[in-house]
Structure formats: structure tokens, C-alpha cells
Design a binder for this molecule. Structure first.
Ligand SMILES: [Mg+2]
Length: 224
């Protein structure tokens, strides 16, 4: 085994443009009657500190001068995302990896997950795409004391595999910071269609990313 390749989930394993990102827009619209753009959201994500989508919604809603209770924001977000009968925007997630990618990577690497989602919400998505047995360990936000950009999840993985190289694959500046604080390598994912891609790539470089890819199907080239 060459090392442990740790994946973030949203924006890395799954394309969440039409799921989480759209849920953010609808949640903000519900409380403020204002419709922000995907570009606006990416701009805030690039600031760092808003890896948590609920916290991001709260910030934007408050910036518009509205002050609902935090729990109301969370409940509304979850209703849109999960739906009333499992018919929410979560169904619009798209699996990014081509067939055989993980089998190929697993020849050299142990594959793991560190995500800001809960473990159960992550499992839901992995099950849907038939990838439940691919990643171990799986660290969710309910497994760590401090959320990203804190390094807690990565440090846990490092402690499980002492002396082994660990590389984190993430799509936000908070992911890069988390890797930096844990002292592990980082590979940034910055989709070609992202209107703020150049800004994000520069942020990744500043945080010491060893490579930046458009999507995870390019990982093998940069891991050589
Ligand atoms: Mg992400």
C-alpha cells in the first residue's frame, strides 16, 4: 500500500451543483425572497469558513437583514434536500467517478472519506451509487469535535495508519487548510465550468496543494 487517499464527498465524489448548491439557493430565497446565484455561493465558499452549508445560509440570510432562528434554517434546508418522502434534491446528485476508477486506485491506495456531512447522510449517497464498500474509514462531521478547516478527521486517519502517507482530495479552501493543519498532502478539485476557478486554483496553490484537477477521473495522472 502506497498510502491513504482520503476523499471529501460533496464536489469531489458527487457533483452537488443541482443538489446542495440548489438547496442553499432555495433556502435563502425562502427566508429573504432574494435569489442568489451559484457564483455568489462559490464566492463565499472561497472566503473559507463556510464549508457548512447551514452556516453559509445563515450568513447570507442575515446579510439580507433577516433573522430567523438557526434551527428553522436547518429544518427548511433539510426538507428541501432530503424531501418529505425521500424525494428531495439529494436525488439530483451525480456520481463523478467513471467505472473502474476506484478499483484502479485501490491497487496502490487505501481509500477513505473525511466529509462535513454526517456519516448517515454520506452512507445514503454511497449506497445509492453502489459504493458502500469502497471507503474505509469513513469520517463524518459527527465523528469529529471541530469541523473543517480543523484537521481533526485527517488526524484521526493518520493515527489509524501511523507512518503512512496520507493525501486529501477536496474542493474548497477549507479542505486545503484542513490538510495543511494535519500535515498531509492536498490535491484540489476545481471544475472547469466553475466561473471562479482561477481564484480557487490560486487559493489551493497558496495552501500548498501538490496538484489541482478538474475532477477525480484525472487523479491517476497526478498521483504517478
Ligand atoms: Mg466539498
Amino acid at each position: 500500500m502506497r498510502g491513504v487517499l482520503v476523499f471529501d464527498v460533496d464536489g469531489v465524489l458527487v457533483d452537488v451543483t443541482d443538489s446542495y448548491r440548489e438547496t442553499i439557493i432555495r433556502t435563502i430565497e425562502h427566508f429573504t425572497s432574494r435569489r442568489v446565484t451559484r457564483d455568489d455561493i462559490q464566492q463565499i465558499k472561497n472566503l473559507g469558513g463556510y464549508n457548512d452549508d447551514w452556516a453559509l445560509c445563515k450568513k447570507v440570510i442575515q446579510d439580507f437583514g433577516c433573522h430567523p432562528k438557526y434551527q428553522e434554517i436547518v429544518d427548511h434546508f433539510q426538507r428541501i434536500f432530503l424531501g418529505e418522502n425521500s424525494d428531495g434534491l439529494i436525488l439530483r446528485e451525480r456520481w463523478v467517478a467513471r467505472d473502474g476508477l476506484f478499483e484502479q486506485l485501490a491497487k496502490d491506495w487505501r481509500l477513505a472519506i473525511f466529509t462535513g456531512r454526517t456519516r448517515s447522510e454520506t452512507r445514503l449517497t454511497l449506497d445509492r451509487f453502489g459504493a458502500q464498500a469502497v471507503f474505509d474509514p469513513l469520517i463524518g462531521n459527527d465523528d469529529v469535535e471541530n469541523l473543517k478547516p480543523a484537521p481533526d478527521g485527517l488526524l484521526k486517519i493518520c493515527a489509524t495508519f501511523p507512518g503512512v502517507e496520507v493525501v486529501y482530495v477536496g474542493d474548497t479552501v477549507d479542505d486545503a487548510k484542513s490538510a495543511g493543519r494535519a500535515g498531509v498532502g492536498f490535491i484540489g478539485v476545481a471544475p472547469q465550468q466553475d466561473s471562479r476557478r482561477a481564484e480557487l486554483v490560486e487559493l489551493f496553490r497558496q495552501e500548498g496543494a501538490r496538484a489541482v484537477v478538474d475532477n477525480i477521473n484525472e487523479l491517476e495522472q497526478v498521483l504517478k
